[in-house]
Structure formats: structure tokens, C-alpha cells
Design a protein around this ligand. Structure first.
Ligand SMILES: Cc1cc2nc3c(=O)[nH]c(=O)nc-3n(C[C@H](O)[C@H](O)[C@H](O)COP(=O)(O)OP(=O)(O)OC[C@H]3O[C@@H](n4cnc5c(N)ncnc54)[C@H](O)[C@@H]3O)c2cc1C
Length: 311
């Protein structure tokens, strides 16, 4: 728990990132969870997954932009990603953070950036998921979605709900009533007990409850988890309730449980992999290490093995 908190704290330190980015070993660490630093590497990873009939959502790493030109640059990269995905014949699907589009700089700027991205996405028949950030952004993200994006973009845009948050049950009901498309995850941010369940068992129980509601009444939910027990519960539930495989998808992160991704696809489930890429990989990597500190040993082991000559 202390390790998790320390890693999440480190994930927010920009100065450390500047140091880490120049470090070769850290870059090798990152390559397990991040496709690369350029648009091409992201699209290439999506093409490789498509060969196994697994779809992707590309995420340009970066969050909490503080200047207009940074937000515009991120938007332009997303426009490029959409074109590159369409040109390569993979399903057009991206995940975007509103703070990266300038939410904290100026809401109108963020709106204009999202409209550009969504107009292109709609024209290409694709989909944009608004990633969910820390709890300070939950209400703002849901409001932004429901007042500005839901109506004009309908099935081309969706949101994320985190089962760790106490408020999520109510949010899920509102989103079901709107026929909104929801990705359900546990939540990756450090949150106070006033807003989030401090016990993992409660986060997991909440996940199962929300998952069942979304499977029964939601609009093509994305079940984002690597938790095999929960995935087993989902499979049992859809079997019992006669919910077809075309009504939902499983989602996992690039580099995490690749065996399970393939197994679920072979069993006939839709599977999507979230592929992060870009230069701003440090906070993302730290959140992945915080989720499973055993990854630190795993990554170190790989680096050591790969650096032994003759292997
Ligand atoms: C597609 C996708 C999109 C996401 N989008 C968001 C978002 O918008 N906002 C947000 O806050 N969070 C997001 N997350 C992260 C999520 O909230 C969790 O932090 C993360 O998925 C770990 O939780 P878990 O459900 O896998 O369960 P856990 O209980 O954390 O893990 C269950 C098991 O999965 C395996 N596992 C989990 N994580 C890792 C890892 N990093 N490396 C190796 N094995 C691992 C382990 O075997 C572990 O025992 C997303 C996750 C996915 C898969």
C-alpha cells in the first residue's frame, strides 16, 4: 500500500520524469507497456493486434496540459492518428484525456479541439473514448460529455466510469438512461476515502455490480480489467442472462496479460487493447507499476537478461 502510494506520488513529479526520460534502462522498462514514441509505432502495434483479430484504442500519452499551444499540438497529433489508423485499415478508435485537450486552460479551447477530433472520427466511422482522470475531473468530464458531445456525436463518443468511486452507481444509472457508451474500470488514481472505497474488496464488489448493470441495460459496455475472477463473473452473467458476445467487449492494456487477451478472443469475445504511445510515458508507467509492484521485479529481470551478452 505504501509502495503503491509512493509510486503514484512519483507519477506526478515532472522533474523526475525529465531525468528518467534520458535514462536508457527506464526506456527499456517503458517499452513493455508503451508501444513507442511516435504515431507510427502506435499504429504498427494496432496492426499487429488486428492480425489476431483484436481491436485497439490508441492513446497519445500526455495529460494536464497548461498552455494552449500544447493542447493544439496534441489535437493535431490525434488528427494524424485518426488518418493513419484509417489508412492502415484498422478500426479507428482513440482514447483522449480532456486535460490534454486544454480543459484546464480554457473550456472553449477544449471544446473546439474535441469538435475537430470528433468531426473527423465521425466522418471515418470511428470512436473516441474520453479517459477518466482523477476525481477532481469526474463531474467536469461527465458534464462536458453530456452537454457538449453526447447529442452531436452519439455512438462515436463514450466515457469511463471508475468502480473505486462511491458516486459511480448513480453515474452509471444516468449514463444508462442516456444510452451512453461506457468503459468500466477500477480506477488508477490515488483518491481519498471520502470519495473512493479504500478497500480493494469493495472496489471489486462495486465493479461486479456496475458491470452487471451495464451488461444488462447499457449500450455496448467496455469491461476494462485484467482481473480473471471478475472476467469469469462477466462470462457467467452473460451466459445466464443470454447476452450475446456482440453486446459488450473486454478491454485490456498493452503488454498486460497478453495470454488472456488471446484466450478471450479465441473464446469468441470481442477484445480491445488500449495502446499508449508518445514521449510522455512516465506518469503512465508509474501507474502501471503501482498497480502491480511485482512488475518492478519483472521489468528489472528483463533488463538484466537482455543485457547479458550471448543471450
Ligand atoms: C482498457 C483500459 C482502460 C483504462 N482506462 C482507465 C481510465 O480511463 N481511467 C482510469 O482511472 N483507469 C483506467 N484504467 C486502469 C484501471 O483503472 C486499473 O488501474 C487497471 O486496469 C488495473 O486494474 P484491474 O482491473 O486490472 O485489476 P487489479 O485488481 O489491479 O488486477 C487484477 C490482476 O490483473 C493483473 N494486472 C493488473 N494490472 C497489471 C499490470 N499493470 N501489469 C501486470 N499485470 C497486471 C494482475 O494479475 C492482477 O492480479 C484502464 C484500464 C484498462 C484495461
Amino acid at each position: 500500500m505504501i509502495l503503491r502510494q509512493s509510486l503514484l506520488w512519483l507519477s506526478e513529479r515532472r522533474g523526475i520524469f525529465n531525468f528518467v526520460r534520458r535514462n536508457g534502462i527506464a526506456r527499456t522498462f517503458a517499452s513493455r507497456f508503451v508501444a513507442g514514441e511516435t504515431v507510427e509505432t502506435g499504429v504498427q502495434a494496432a496492426k499487429e493486434l488486428a492480425q489476431r483479430d483484436i481491436t485497439a484504442s490508441l492513446d497519445l500519452l500526455g495529460e494536464s496540459v497548461t498552455a494552449e499551444d500544447e493542447a493544439v499540438a496534441a489535437r493535431d497529433l490525434y488528427l494524424q492518428i485518426l488518418d493513419r489508423m484509417a489508412a492502415s485499415g484498422v478500426e479507428v478508435n482513440v482514447s483522449v484525456k480532456l486535460t490534454q485537450m486544454g480543459l484546464d486552460v480554457d473550456e472553449e479551447l477544449c471544446d473546439a479541439n474535441m469538435v475537430r477530433i470528433l468531426d473527423k472520427t465521425k466522418a471515418l466511422g470511428g470512436f473516441v473514448r474520453l479517459d477518466m482522470e482523477g476525481s477532481a475531473y469526474t463531474q467536469r468530464t461527465l458534464d462536458f460529455y453530456s452537454t457538449r458531445l453526447h447529442e452531436p456525436y452519439g455512438a462515436h463518443c463514450g466515457v469511463v466510469i471508475q468502480s473505486m468511486l462511491r458516486r459511480s452507481e448513480r453515474d452509471v444509472e444516468d449514463l444508462i438512461a442516456m444510452r451512453a457508451r461506457v468503459r468500466l474500470c477500477k480506477g488508477a488514481y490515488l483518491e481519498p476515502p471520502s470519495v473512493a472505497f479504500p478497500e480493494k474488496a469493495d472496489v471489486d464488489r462495486s465493479y461486479v455490480r456496475l458491470m452487471q448493470r451495464l451488461l444488462a441495460a447499457g449500450n455496448y459496455p467496455g469491461l476494462a480489467t485484467h482481473d480473471e475472477t471478475i472476467i469469469g463473473r462477466a462470462r457467467e452473467f452473460v451466459g445466464r442472462e443470454r447476452i450475446g458476445n456482440e453486446r459488450f467487449e473486454f478491454q485490456m492494456l498493452y503488454g498486460v496479460r497478453r495470454d488472456l487477451q488471446v484466450r478471450l478472443r479465441r473464446a469468441g469475445h470481442n477484445v480491445r487493447v488500449y495502446i499508449p504511445f508518445g514521449t510522455q510515458w512516465y506518469p503512465y508507467l508509474m501507474r502501471r507499476l503501482a498497480e502491480r509492484p511485482a512488475n518492478i521485479a519483472f521489468l528489472l529481470g528483463n533488463v538484466v537478461r537482455e543485457s547479458i551478452p550471448g543471450r
